[in-house]
Design a protein around this ligand. Structure first.
Ligand code: 5AD
Length: 486
């Protein structure tokens, strides 16, 4: 039975031997832990993700990071250099391709070879495992910013080994957030175990005096996710990471659309992550936040997409997120060109820089919303802790099974899939159908009242059509779905 317990070193090293055998690039001498520690220690501060985030946090500024990844090593390097020089990206990503995310390394190898033959990328990201420690190290050597792997991989153990041994000082993902929104049939027990391993690896490096950042994936399905749900998952993953020895953690949140609710969600997320880490006994944690520009359907029109990117950047800056993940005007078409990607970063960064000395004032509306989100998160956290009889790994598994936590629109069969979110009158995300969500009656009443008020104003019944209208609203130029769209 899985528990939220630090993996003992001997056990970790035994599993590690198995993990490194799963593909031949796991044989590289750079994967010797002493060699990797020495390499990571020799990194200059400006290439260390955790250190650059800490500096940003101290300065109260929001740094920007795009997504980007192609199949061929040299093309990937040129892409990242372009985003750094032309886009002014503060952090660089390597978005990993789908084959690697599914541990299908032979398919990735074929994809690289075919891409070489055709002279263009035939994969939707960078196959880091196949390029191995040599390739990934070359990427880092070719740029001047810290590097992070961004993916969606349920079992990222070998990938994590390779990227960290190559000097990449951040990894995105988690046992819940890289399962429920990404996989259909993989058990939570398995993915929590895999991510305990990834976090234990980072814990090992931290024990050796190397700082490595970890980022649970905040937006989940990116579609009308109520802040309390994504914040709870982020906190659970932060706690599980901390148990394995992670010290630098960036909790994430995807733009919901209402400015006040988004700022409130960011504030609640940071405060409650620190709060829960402390009450669970984890000291010396350094918590930062990441805001994701709109993760739902994007407008196809370029000007409208730029406007949405600008709006998101405003919210990230006014909400004092430490980092923001950018989108591009190509979002509704596919993987962006490097030019479109750089333009979007530049647009975003212009706004976060111009707003860096401002923040949202503490209005009544903001404070009420922060308290509301916190109350909901507390209610969900209580139900997880209770379900696991004090153990949050067990509790998370049980909570998903029983629907105490339920992520809207997730493909996973483990997820209950009974809740339905909808927007209230001013576009804040509320909940229409609760399924078996671990909420008190008082919280349910709050949501019902908010949605009832919208139904009355729009002169329509509280029904699923409202949810559907809300899903498509933003790509059509509205926040709250309108009745006429039916
Ligand atoms: N390059 C750039 N962006 C990517 N995304 C996925 N793969 C890549 C890539 N290789 C983006 C998608 C979506 C988000 C989840 O990631 O456009 O916005």
């Amino acid at each position: 039975m899985i528990e939220n317990k630090k993996i003992p070193l001997e056990e970790f090293l035994t599993i590690r031997k198995e993990v490194l055998r799963t593909w031949h690039t796991g044989n590289h001498p750079g994967l010797d832990l002493d060699v990797a520690v020495a390499k990571l220690k020799a990194l200059p501060d400006h290439k260390n993700f955790a250190k650059k985030l800490r500096k940003a946090k101290e300065e109260g500024i929001t740094l920007v990071q795009p997504r980007a990844g192609v199949a061929r090593l040299n093309e990937h390097i040129e892409l990242l250099q372009y985003l750094e020089v032309e886009g002014h990206a503060d952090f660089l990503p390597s978005t990993i391709d789908s084959y690697t995310r599914h541990n299908r390394y032979q398919n990735a190898e074929d994809g690289i070879n075919e891409s070489e033959k055709q002279g263009r990328s035939l994969l939707n990201g960078f196959p880091a495992v196949n390029h191995g420690v040599d390739g990934c190290s070359k990427v880092l050597d070719s740029v001047n910013s810290p590097l992070q792997a961004r993916h969606g991989t349920p079992d990222a153990r070998l990938l994590s080994e390779i990227i960290h041994a190559s000097g990449w000082t951040s990894n995105e993902g988690g046992g819940i957030s890289y399962n429920i929104p990404y996989a259909k049939k993989i058990s939570l027990e398995d993915t929590i175990r895999y991510w305990q391993y990834c976090d234990r690896l980072v814990g090992y490096y931290e024990e050796q005096g190397v700082e490595i950042n970890r980022e649970p994936y905040g937006p989940l399905t990116g579609t009308l996710v109520p802040p309390c749900i994504s914040n709870t998952v982020a906190i659970l993953e932060a706690l599980m990471a901390a148990e394995q020895g992670v010290k630098n953690i960036t909790v994430g949140y995807g733009q919901g659309g209402n400015l006040i609710q988004d700022v409130a969600a960011l504030r609640a997320l940071e405060e409650q992550t620190n709060h829960y880490l402390k009450i669970f006994g984890y000291e010396d944690m350094f918590v930062t936040t990441v805001f994701h520009q709109w993760m739902g359907g994007f407008p196809a029109n370029e000007s409208e997409a730029v406007a949405l990117i600008g709006y998101a950047s405003t919210v990230a800056a006014m909400g004092k997120a430490t980092k923001m993940i950018t989108k591009t005007t190509h979002e509704s078409f596919g993987v962006p060109t490097k030019e479109a990607n750089a333009k979007a970063i530049r647009t975003s960064r212009y706004i976060t820089t111009i707003l860096k000395d401002q923040q949202t004032p503490d209005s009544e509306e903001l404070l009420v919303e922060i308290e509301q989100i916190k109350k909901e998160v507390d209610s969900l956290m209580r139900s997880v802790v209770k379900a696991g009889k004090g153990d949050i790994a067990q509790g998370s598994i049980k909570a998903f099974k029983d629907g105490l936590i339920d992520i809207p629109f997730a493909p996973s069969e483990i997820n209950n899939g009974k809740i339905l979110p909808a927007r209230d009158l001013d576009g804040k995300i509320r909940i229409l159908e609760f399924g078996n969500l671990g909420f008190t009656e008082e919280i349910k009443k709050f949501h019902q009242d908010k949605l009832q008020a919208r139904a009355e104003k729009q002169d329509r019944p509280l029904e699923i059509q409202m949810v559907i209208d809300d899903i498509y609203a933003v790509s059509n130029g509205n926040l709250v779905g309108e009745k006429e769209n039916n």
